[in-house]
Design a protein around this ligand. Structure first.
Ligand code: ADP
Ligand code: MG
Length: 301
């Protein structure tokens, strides 16, 4: 297995600056989810790590060794694409065996490895079927299995369950996570779906317009978002945001909303904390998660 490190990665498509000085580490055996809206550079990042896309500058290290000059086939990384590209003329067994035959593994090794992967994915009963006879969920299981069967140093998955229907997506989330716990491969998983990221990741890396915004555990990015983008990207329904200022009220510190049309008492210690960081107390943004709002009937009388 492997530790992957990206250092100052930059990528242009013509004048389009797609990856902007990306620094990111995926630790050995970690399940890191790269999360961001469509077009923010997730696929390009994966393709760069896999060696399918050249980078303009920066370094890609696997287990501390630079790999950015190596061909894709020499990096020993598996890629699961968004659209499962199975070989249609081969059975499920044939699809699993293909990468092993290509690397000249013995028939005994092939049988053993295919058997193992089929057991882990619970698809032993479909090994003889052709891809055209499979449900979309099973097709995706086979695509994941084909990536795992050659025991790569790391697995990259690009929105692997994005095209499945909602119920199946939920099932596959649990299944992929269980699989990761069992095989413990270093995994970089791309999605634009924050629920998927929150439920599967050891760590989430949030990207916007080619710029990494924050890396942290699901709890960290939810409770301590690094900026407004992350605060509003994580959480469903989204966090409510309002301009506000803090100031002295009649009896206590008050938080005034918008054009001072509404106000509520504000924690003094938090106010001092904000002041001590040199943040102007008259130009703040208040973020409130919908589930954090409490209704106190006594205030309405
Ligand atoms: N082969 C390519 N040639 C030119 N532009 C590309 C190419 N691949 C991606 N892009 C552009 O790079 C940006 C990032 O794309 P991509 O990495 O696919 O984003 P994501 O996977 O987050 O949706 C987009 O603006 C996209 O149009
Ligand atoms: Mg993409």
């Amino acid at each position: 297995m492997a530790d992957i490190k990206l250092i100052d990665i930059e990528k242009y498509f013509g004048k389009n600056y797609v990856i902007r000085k990306l620094n990111l580490e995926i630790k050995d055996r970690e399940f890191l989810v790269l999360l961001g809206a469509s077009g923010c550079g997730k696929t390009t990042t994966l393709r760069a790590i896999a060696g399918l896309e050249e980078i303009d500058s920066g370094k890609i290290l696997i287990d501390a060794k630079p790999v950015h000059h190596l061909k894709a086939s020499d990096r020993d990384i598996a890629f699961v694409f968004q659209l499962y590209a199975l070989y249609p003329h081969l059975s499920v067994y044939g699809n699993f065996a293909f990468p092993l035959k290509a690397t000249k593994k013995s028939p005994q090794t092939i049988e053993k490895r295919v058997g193992e992967v089929a057991r882990v994915l619970q698809i032993e009963s479909i090994l003889k079927k052709n891809p055209s006879a499979l449900s979309s969920g099973d097709m995706q299981r086979v695509a994941v299995g084909r990536a795992m069967v050659r025991r790569p140093r790391a697995i990259l998955m690009d929105e692997p369950i994005g095209s499945l229907d909602a119920k199946l997506r939920e099932e596959m989330r649990t299944e992929l996570k269980r699989l990761h716990i069992e095989i413990k491969s270093t995994t970089l998983y791309v999605t634009h779906d924050q629920v998927e990221a929150m439920s599967m990741a050891d760590k989430i890396a949030i990207m916007d317009d080619g710029i990494l915004q924050q890396v942290g555990s699901p709890t960290e990015v939810y409770n301590h978002p690094a900026n407004l983008f992350v605060a509003q990207f994580i959480g469903s329904p989204v966090m409510n945001i309002s301009d506000c200022k803090l100031g002295a009220g009649e009896t206590c510190t008050q938080c005034f909303l918008g054009e001072e049309t509404a106000a509520f008492p504000f924690s003094k210690s938090l106010f001092h904390q904000i002041e001590s960081q040199g943040v102007p107390a008259n130009r703040l943004t208040l973020g409130v998660r919908p589930e954090a709002v409490r209704h106190r009937p006594s205030d309405c009388r």
